[in-house]
Write a protein that binds this ligand. Structure first.
Ligand SMILES: Cc1cc2nc3c(=O)[nH]c(=O)nc-3n(C[C@H](O)[C@H](O)[C@H](O)COP(=O)(O)O)c2cc1C
Length: 312
């Protein structure tokens, strides 16, 4: 059954003379609303995910996540040859769940944010990812645990225009944050350096592309997540994308309304420890990553989404 939460209802009810237009374009909002997690629904969801993760069907799918055309002819591909630097970096990236606790430096933070979603190029008029219609609907927030020059648990917004940080919360909210973003997969939460939260200001894209723009927004969030993961790896840092969080509680903490702007993707960043826990829940030695030697090894097998460790 469709569930429409208060903020969406208010928006629909307050649509005024543009009501028909706005109603037509709220499909993506209603979808988003119906896939949010709340404290109660999250419990059932987590149990379901854990249960499904153990099922024979999911295990079979995980062992063979490829489409197989058994009756088709095939054309052979050339052997790929020696990997270049980017290819080595791509190979070295792993989701890192074990961190050393060592701080991320101010310069590392600056480089990560700039090259993930800042303004780059000689005239600062390029962005590091492709964006449908060049509309750039995403925002980044930083919640530090151990970052040189930043306060633990404060909430910072990345001001991409000025390449600076806006201070959203000037008080330590870490205790609250760590319970509404599901960090249970991390070996020791206190040893991560920060969480970067990717949010979307949907209208920046949907005002042009309407409900279909919602797809473009999610695609761009994936680009940003991968950009940050590769950049982290190149600097000898580790990262882990997270699928599980309490949507509205996180919105409140970031001081956004959860409808016009909503969180999509928290990403843990930190300095990897010598061993890492892979997506299979098993400990592996870290693997030397491109550039910094920091990427981690793991037989990534999980889907995240916040279940307790081992249920990835
Ligand atoms: C959208 C998304 C959400 C994820 N959520 C989690 C998560 O909540 N916890 C976690 O430990 N890993 C999470 N992961 C990481 C996956 O478990 C990991 O990518 C997968 O096991 C493959 O391993 P690899 O990234 O090391 O190649 C997530 C990945 C993606 C793309």
């Amino acid at each position: 059954m469709l569930k429409v939460e208060q903020p969406v209802l208010k928006k629909i009810a307050g649509a005024g003379i543009y009501g028909a237009l706005q109603l037509k374009s709220t499909l993506s909002e209603i979808f988003h609303e119906n896939t949010k997690l709340y404290p109660l629904s999250a419990r059932a969801y987590t149990q379901n995910v854990a249960q499904l993760g153990k099922s024979a069907m999911v295990k079979l799918l995980m062992a063979n996540p490829f489409k197989v055309y058994s009756l088709m002819d095939q054309a052979e591909l050339e052997p790929p040859g020696e990997p270049n630097e980017l290819e080595k970096l791509i190979e070295a990236r792993r989701s890192v769940r074990s961190y050393s606790g060592e701080a991320v430096t101010r310069q590392e933070l600056s480089r990560l944010l700039l090259n993930t979603y800042g303004r780059i190029g000689p005239k600062r008029n390029y962005r590091p990812v492709a964006s449908g219609g060049a509309l750039y609907p995403l925002e980044l927030y930083v919640v530090p645990v151990n970052v040189e020059g930043l306060e633990r648990g404060w909430v910072y917004h990345y001001n991409a225009d000025r390449h600076a940080l806006d201070i959203v919360r000037r008080e330590d909210r870490w205790e609250e944050f760590r319970h509404l973003v599901w960090l249970a997969d991390m070996e020791d939460v206190e040893k991560i350096s920060m969480v970067v939260v990717v949010t979307a200001v949907f209208a920046r894209c949907t005002m042009k592309y309407q409900d279909r723009g919602y797809r473009l927004v999610l695609i761009e969030a994936g680009e940003v997540g991968h950009n940050l993961a590769l950049l982290a790896s190149s600097l000898g840092l580790g990262s882990c994308l997270l699928g599980g969080f309490l949507d509205d509680a996180l919105s409140r903490l970031l001081d956004i309304d959860g409808v016009d702007e909503a969180p999509l993707l928290p990403i843990v960043v930190g300095r990897p420890s010598a061993t890492n826990i892979g997506g299979d829940g098993v400990e592996h030695a870290q693997q030397g990553g491109g550039g910094g030697g920091g990427a981690a090894q793991g037989n990534g097998a999980g889907d995240g989404n916040g279940a307790a460790r081992g249920d990835r």
